[in-house]
Ligand binder design. Structure first.
Ligand SMILES: [Zn+2]
Length: 236
């Protein structure tokens, strides 16, 4: 099993890792700072450096429990020690947009209560969107959500990671707003907390203080089905 370093430290841009397995598509490492696509966050990109050789990592995916670093051309060998380097500009953009979505979902919860469901989200380098099951969501309400979110950004709240057992997560199911039957059956889970405002069960990467998000702007509000409304945001 690859150690997922990015779960503990989202800010690590470089780290050494050992090549454990070479597949047709890419390689498996003993530890990784690369985020594999999932949970609405795109994968990292970057490179593995072994001596004078540079291997471009174009995408990273999770497949049957393995984190596969996709390398289109020639691959390093099993046992090689590689310097892993991620495309930090891309990663940091994902971290800021991802954290913005947490703040917005917290704002939705604070304004409209726990019966409102977040039904999907997608993060990009330059924008992010969230689908909310709230039929009455209109421009005015969206503006209120964004206003509260920007207030939280401006307060400079800490964003902290907490590792809990499945039992602890079950006991927190109200707080983290996950139906108990949807809590993954894994021994250790990670809670992402925006101090005093929001807590979610989540495996993505985030900034460590809300101020790093910058100013959230509503870019678009669309109807997606009878109850679903899609909020798209950009950051400035
Ligand atoms: Zn997250």
């Amino acid at each position: 099993m690859t150690e997922l370093i990015y779960l503990k430290d989202s800010y690590l841009r470089e780290a050494d890792a050992k090549v454990m397995e070479v597949l047709d598509a890419g390689v498996v490492l003993d530890r990784t700072i690369f985020y594999p696509r999932g949970g609405g966050q795109p994968s990292d990109r970057g490179k593995l450096v072994v001596g004078d050789s540079i291997y471009e990592v174009t995408e990273v995916v999770k497949d049957s429990g393995k984190v596969i670093h996709i390398i289109p051309d020639q691959k390093p060998d099993v046992g090689d020690i590689a310097r892993a380097v991620i495309d930090w500009e891309l990663r940091y953009a994902h971290m800021r947009h991802h954290t913005a979505l947490h703040i917005i979902s917290g704002a939705v919860y604070h304004l409209y209560g726990s019966d409102v469901q977040i039904t999907g989200s997608q993060i990009y380098r330059d924008r992010a969107r969230m689908d909310i099951s709230l039929e009455s969501l209109n421009k005015e309400k969206a503006a209120e959500i964004i206003e509260l979110a920007n207030k939280i950004v401006g307060e400079g709240r800490d964003v902290v990671y907490r590792f809990v057992s499945r039992e602890e997560a079950l006991a927190m199911s109200g707080l983290i707003r996950v139906r108990p039957d949807l809590i993954p059956n894994e021994p250790v889970l990670r809670i992402v907390e925006i101090a005093g405002f929001d807590a979610q069960l989540d495996g993505g990467t985030h900034v460590k203080n809300t101020r790093e998000v910058g100013s959230i702007k509503l870019a678009k509000l669309e109807n997606k089905g009878k109850r679903n409304r899609r909020l798209e945001i950009i950051l400035e």
